[in-house]
Write a protein of this length. Sequence first.
Lengths: 372, 248
Amino acid sequence: MISHRVTLLTLALVFGGAVLLAVLNQFTPPGSALHVPPYVIALVGKYLCFAMLALAVDLVWGFGGILPLGHAAFFALGGYAMGMYLMRQIGTRGVYGNAMLPDFMVFLGWKALPWYWSGFEWFAFAALMVVLVPAVLALVFGWLAFRSRVTGVYLSIITQALTYALLLAFFRNDMGFGGNNGLTDFKDIVGFPVQADPTRASLLVLSALFLCGQFLLARFVVMSRFGKVLIAVRDTESRTRFLGYRPESYKLVVWVLSAIMAGIGGALYVPQVGIINPSEFSPANSIEAVIWVAVGGRGTLSGAILGAVLVNFGKTWFTSALPELWLFALGALFIGVTLLLPEGVMGLFRARAAKPGTAPEAEAAPAKGMVT
Amino acid sequence: MTEADTLLYLDGVTVSFDGFRALNGLSLVLEEGEMRAVIGPNGAGKTTMMDVITGKTRPDTGSVIYQAGTDLTKLDEPAIAALGIGRKFQKPTVFEPQTVWDNLLLALAGDRRPKFSLWARESAAERARIEQILETVRLPEQRHRRAGDLSHGQKQWLEIGMLLAQEPRLLLVDEPVAGMTDAETEQTAELLREINLTRAVVVVEHDMAFVRALGVKVTVLHEGSVLSEGSIDHVSEDPRVIEVYLGR
């Protein structure tokens, strides 16, 4: 149901595109017509991180039937884990020159590093936390929710509440994550200056690599027998129970995997944008991620990547050209896609590719899915 | 009848929904390998009985003993399915966007855990079994079609095929011929008799001609308990049955 051609095209566009931009940025002189300015590199890197979030949303929504309205929480947690590492790398180069404490802690008059900051001076530890923190939260949340058979709108609302609760918590200075300013003023990542062009170009290529890896992993999962069960659970959950499957364990596996994917996206996002603050937890971010997937085509994986890049490109353009109209445009886009393109942009391609007289290959994104 | 021959024993099962007694002290014995038809007017408790046996509904009182040892009222749906009880719903319930083949593959008896299904490859034995079931349910030509594109009758058969793939000891079939043509009804009766050669079957049905065609022991339910039991001729002559059901 996900053709090899589309898969190869997706991989080629993502990775090839990122490498091409990075090369044009690094190896052409700034005056040349072919030169890609650094801000484009940072922007595209950001889009690719959002695409990882979109992929994570598509996995649970498109294939598991769980509409997540709080997935940006996992993205932000991964981002905070990376941010904590980057903060510890600043060392004495901060405004207060404190080797141990980040600036905001000195400002708050703290004397020692809170226990949960220990270990973040090591990249390997931080990388582990990028995976572990979203995974554990998703495991606990999913175990409670799926075991109690919370589904549909109720589940969506709880996910929204989860990210909102985290938003409020991270706003508090007492939490020790920099309050509403968040974590910023980063200097180095694994020894390289985070603001330097070669570092940014490398981060872009790295993001593309991770995105391709996640895409292949997600594709493997949905095309395995596990994926078939998952789709069956999405469409007719009670039937799978009478066949002897436990839908809650299938949902839990895919939910945790999806949280990890989002977390990795967040971790790559933070060094490229240079800041992580509580606004990343805001419910609107999670809803936007759902719109990306709807625009690209729910249940297609490639569509999630396409949607994330397209909508964010639109956002970049709109917010500089007509900033006050962006939210209206986004709303109109969502309504338009829901009414006219229930299968998103990928649905357009699919309709064109289908031979006349035969039904589309797979109606992986039934229109009813938009509301469930 | 000895205890060893008893496959399923419902003992005084009562289920109430908001004060309405869907089942009222229902007791029923099903023997190993038996085919039983269950009839009764709307609201007699037929579907609720299936819900209790398959673990969807937990009874207020009473027990459901399977194979003389397991009380099904203590288990949930997947656990009961794993014990070998399959269920066909009134409305055909198949996995619509997936192919006929995949529907059967998902139903095949085997490991149901995610860690197995993530790595599972279709084995030769599985393929052979699916081919065999496709023949039995008369759908070999439809294997690559989406289940959602099948006709109503074909969906019913696919669902019966999925039940067979589960390798159950006991099949619960809810109104298998509702909405079928006469020819399909006849073929379905034949199919159920074929299945009954190796497994016990409980058929809930409204269609009296179909029940007569099956030619098996009939249990008549009324207001949540057994009104009459015996051959179709016996129960259709029972004055109480005539009054509540057949006489209408």
